[in-house]
Ligand binder design. Sequence first.
Ligand code: WTA
Length: 575
Amino acid sequence: MNYSNDSRDVAAVTSPGSIGSHSYEPGALRSALDIKQGGTFNLGALLCDRHCAQGRGEHMALIWENHTGLRKSFTFDDLRRHSNAWAHKLAELGVKPGDRVCLFVDRVPDLYFAFLGILKLGAVAQPLFSQFMADALEVRLADADTRAVITTGRHLEKVRSVRARLPALAWVILTDVKSGAHPTLVEGEVVMTAEEAPPVEFTPFPANEDTPSLLHYTSGTTGRPKGAQHVHGSVLSQYATTRHVLDLRPDDVYWCTADPGWVTGTSYGIIGPWAVGATQAIFEAGFSAQRWYEFIARHRVTVFYTAPTAIRMLMKAPPPTPDQLVSLRHMCSVGEPLNPAAVLWAERVMGRPFHDTYWQTETGAIMISNVPGLPIKPGSMGKPVPSIAAAILDQQTFQPIAVPGKVGLIAFRPPWPSMFRGYFKAEKTYQSKFVGDYYLTGDRGSVDRDGYYWFVGRDDDVINTAGHLVGPFEVESALLRHPAVAESAAVSKPDPTYGEVVKAFIVLRPEHAGSDELKLDIMNFVRKHLSPLAMPHAIDFVEKLPKTRSGKIVRRMLRAQEWGEPVGDLSSLDD
Ligand code: WTA
């Protein structure tokens, strides 16, 4: 695949090349990362062994703290040794290069060691948000034919409850044997804690830029969640944007609040920062504004990457004390629209604005952003990063729109190094994301006269709650399993804190009557079976749902109603 900068003339493409000292030229990126063009390398080794070979083995890589106040720290040499132990253990269990290994674990240090170990072995990491419940877990493990799951006692019951239906799943690996948190192990369950494993050397699998590295599950409008397939070469994009957009340098202390179950937590919570060689601070604890400010102060965090929901929660809490945030020099946001008020609040209360960044699981790296030095227009996502060809396409013709401010589809022209290479076992869905020269993001937006991009909304029915994508089909499938539910439609509803929440319209079975108790019961049912994120925050019981002539539910009408937008004419609906 050719990653070279392309200078074909396309509407709304921005500057290719470099800004300041940061080059996006693939050759320069490869040499910065010691990757030989067409040669072999290994992403796992690149993120830790490379720093050790360069004499930075004693540099702090990970400062970790959890909700009980327990603190640990690890150097790049610790990462090297502990990831070797994981690669060795997985190989010993018979895991082969290319096999999928799921990380279903809270943000404990072994998550990071195992992630690197999986890559060193040439296997494929499949991170899943540990708050997923059994139904969400099963669908994703079944789709990926996952061979091993790494988890802790806390989540073991969920794995056990689905295991019998997953013939490919050979091993469940527990990382917390010392805590005594899990019951007696059964066949196929083993224990592995890298800090207690004997030291081993491991020769990393000779990958190349196209070798599969990660399978990240993401939700669409229809059907099951899809596994976006990423490759070792993605690091070129992640490194360039971590340097240039997040402005990260090796001597920084960086905190990314995203969980590695989601793409921000891997691209910019593992790969980008450790490709740069910076120190990461990780806080395994729930949200509390005061504790977050104290964490920044205690570890002298210099660069902070978070999401608008968290920023809106900070805005509601008491402000930091003047001395708490003095170490911070750069802050970025991702995952959902960043309200202008949040940018201005941060400037006033935190001492600097948030810089928005826009991208997706599929793009693997930041595509549009407010880079340092670019004047921020609050409410805009900024401009495409160098070397990325972006455009707003007409929704009918799929041609680039040249008119400033006119809303269309946000699209990018491939390739770029971190571009996903397919949806696992879903080639047709993958192909449907491309029209002509463009990859379609599924988002709508516009570009102004100055080349700034403005997000408008999704072009599909996916619900973005607190920056997490929830597929309506998955919620509706869970609802259908509730004995009172005959039919349902899940749509997004605006929410002042979470941006959007799930709202369900439900037709009950004839023998059931609607009540507040039943609403609560249904909400809990989804939370327990699917995930707390997918739980409807509101339910309306209705007589019938809007449908096309052939019987397809029209979610967009219900959604429009929730957002106070024109609902349209139901009688004209067709498929
Ligand atoms: C949305 C997360 C507005 C968008 C990295 C996108 C955003 C989806 C922004 C991807 C932003 C992401 N402003 N919306 N700055 N960033 N989104 O795959 O709808 O979990 O398509 O990747 O989140 O979510 P995903």
